[in-house]
Design a protein around this ligand. Structure first.
Ligand code: HEM
Length: 561
């Protein structure tokens, strides 16, 4: 080797040459990316041209319009100005098409989009059930909560969510259809009926705690208590947890609730940040690291506390048990032996028809039900109690109805829950004003034409804004007024005007369970306490996947004699 090759000048020269080439390459890539974003923006502008919206910045979209934490309030202003729907620019090349009209909702939620070529079991039925898929950009950010076992690295999950391990909420297409069919029996009336007692037990534990707490101070922030209570309920009903987790001294369940809280906050800031859309960049930021840690915590909880004991009990790798379970009669014997829970249904489903759920699928469904089954109901119950606390006359009327039905509330049955019409009207009106799942999203997999003739092409992100629909003055006159008579028997409203549980084939699978839980919680709370809103701490609704309050939900409680 000649000395001149290694000379510092030569080395520096070649290093700077490499640097120049690299910079040039980076510049070309940057320009290509910019051109791609520009062309995509032009395409989007054309796609939504029939739908007026407030002026937006070419780079920051409608960021200026939406002051931090005031999005829901801002939507209400848009609803009045722009009928039916309106594009919201997130940033230069990303638009979320907001829909808040019942006829528009009906078209999106009701349409079937499966192509003829799709091979499905019972294909014609299945095809009519397949709706537009969940929007990948939004729902993929939820995936690590549900599929951490599959994706330990920050690499993006495969699209769309059709493979194993995603859980019902995220899944699309054929796999979603199969899972939905398998899981539907878990919400059969016969399965849900005995849950009422378990729900009441969890509520009573919480109310006992409240009694103790208000002996010192009548003021209480209720959301966290209620979250723990609904987690307790879902663990008992879905996973046959024996003791009440509300009494847990090690507070590992509080850490699960905290982890979910952190995840919701991080999700909220991530969807709004252009730079956070890339998974690799995000995983290197402090938020990304927090997100990873919180996901791990949430998964540790499900792995440790919910499912695995019964799961191992039934595992097909346990050959003896498998052999028994494959036999229909033995299956019945086991079925009769103990009260069926959600996990049993999952496991039976996989024994029964040969097309079993893999362990990854099971874990994903367990995580889906843990989250979907406690946070939404916690939001629902908290806001209903707040609505009743703010309207003492309705609260008192509900209490009277409940007292005449349940006496002191020592026992409560499934059938009684269908005999409280006024309380049900109040619950529905509170769900209208405060829908626990305020926005759900779809990605159009084929062009759509709305009843007024306007249309959108394939590929657009459609946000079904349930909150804005419920506050739309054309649908609900004086939308901000709490008026339970809107839900009086015989009152006439559009089939898609009230959608707390969404609609169509991808509606909430847990809605009957949820309604029962809401009723049990409201009935037992009103029998025990008089509720008043705290005038100094008025909650500010904010959408963080579920509807929560920026400053908590604070009530003043007085124990009834
Ligand atoms: C007040 C309580 C609840 C509300 C307001 C609610 C609302 C909703 C909504 C709006 C959706 C549609 C989501 C979307 O399109 O992305 C949904 C789906 C779902 N919910 Fe609920 N939910 C509640 C309680 C529950 C409970 C208690 C469970 C389980 C025990 C549950 C499990 C699910 C699942 C698994 C899905 C996905 C269904 C599918 O895509 O096939 N939910 N829920």
């Amino acid at each position: 080797m000649s000395v001149s090759v290694l000379s510092p000048t030569r080395l520096l020269g070649s290093a700077s040459g490499l640097l120049q080439v690299a910079s040039l390459l980076a510049l070309v890539l940057l320009l290509l990316k910019a051109a791609q974003l520009y062309l995509h923006r032009q395409w989007l502008l054309k796609a939504v041209r029939e739908f007026p919206s407030p002026p937006s910045h070419w780079l920051f979209g409608h960021k200026q319009e939406f002051q931090k934490d005031q999005e829901l309030q801002q939507f209400q202003k848009w609803v009045e100005k722009f009928p039916c729907a309106c594009p919201r620019w997130l940033w230069g090349s990303s638009v979320s098409f907001m829909v808040y009209d019942p006829d528009y909702m009906k078209v999106v939620l009701g349409r079937s989009v499966a192509s003829r070529s799709l091979s499905l079991p019972n294909s014609s039925i299945a095809r009519s059930f397949l709706s537009d898929p969940k929007h990948h950009g939004c729902y993929r950010l939820l995936a690590p909560w549900i599929v951490i076992f599959l994706i330990p690295s920050p690499l993006p999950p495969p699209t769309p969510f059709c493979g194993p391990g995603y859980g019902l909420l995220l899944l699309n297409g054929q796999t979603w259809f199969q899972h939905r069919r398998m899981l539907t029996p878990a919400f059969h009336y016969d399965i849900l009926k005995p849950y009422v007692g378990l729900m009441a037990d969890s509520v009573r534990v919480m109310l006992d705690k409240w009694e103790e707490l208000i002996s010192q101070d009548s003021h209480l922030e209720i959301f966290e208590h209620i979250s723990l209570m609904t987690l307790d309920t879902i663990m008992k009903c879905a996973f046959s947890q024996q003791s009440s987790i509300q009494m847990d001294r090690k507070s590992q369940f509080q850490s699960y609730i905290k982890a979910i809280e952190v995840l919701k906050n991080l999700y909220y800031s991530r969807v709004r940040n252009f730079f956070y859309q890339n998974d690799i960049i995000y995983s290197l930021t402090p938020d990304g690291l927090w997100n990873k840690r919180a996901c791990q915590l949430a998964h540790q909880h499900t792995a440790l506390n919910c499912a695995w004991e019964p799961l191992f009990w039934y595992r097909p790798s346990d050959q003896t048990e498998k052999a028994h379970l494959q036999d229909e009669e033995d299956l019945e014997r086991v079925r009769r032996k103990r009260k069926l829970d959600f996990l049993d249904i999952l496991l039976f489903a996989r024994m029964k028809n040969g097309s079993s759920l893999s362990d990854k699928d099971l874990r994903a469904e367990v995580d889906t039900f843990m989250f979907g089954g406690h946070d939404t109901t916690a939001s629902g119950i908290s806001w209903i109690l707040y609505a009743l606390a703010s309207h003492p006359e309705h609260q008192q009327r509900c209490r009277k109805e409940i007292q005449s039905l349940l006496g002191d509330g020592a026992s409560i049955t499934w059938d009684q829950l269908d005999q409280m019409p006024y309380t049900t009207m109040c619950i529905k009106e509170a769900l209208r004003l405060y829908p626990p799942a305020p926005i759900v999203s779809r990605e159009l997999s084929k062009p759509i034409t709305f009843p007024d003739g306007r249309s959108l092409p394939r590929g657009i992100l459609v946000s079904l804004n349930i909150y804005a629909l419920h506050h739309n003055p054309k649908v609900w006159p004086n939308p901000e007024v709490f008026d339970p008579s809107r839900f009086a028997p015989g009152s006439d409203s559009h089939s898609h005007a009230f959608l707390p549980f969404s609609g169509g084939s991808r509606n909430c699978i847990g809605q009957n369970f949820a309604m029962k839980e809401l009723k049990v919680a409201v009935a037992l709370t009103l029998l025990r306490f008089e509720l008043a809103a705290d005038p100094l701490r008025v909650p500010i609704p904010i959408s963080k996947i579920v509807l929560t309050s920026k400053n908590g939900i604070h009530l003043l409680l007085r124990k009834l004699l």
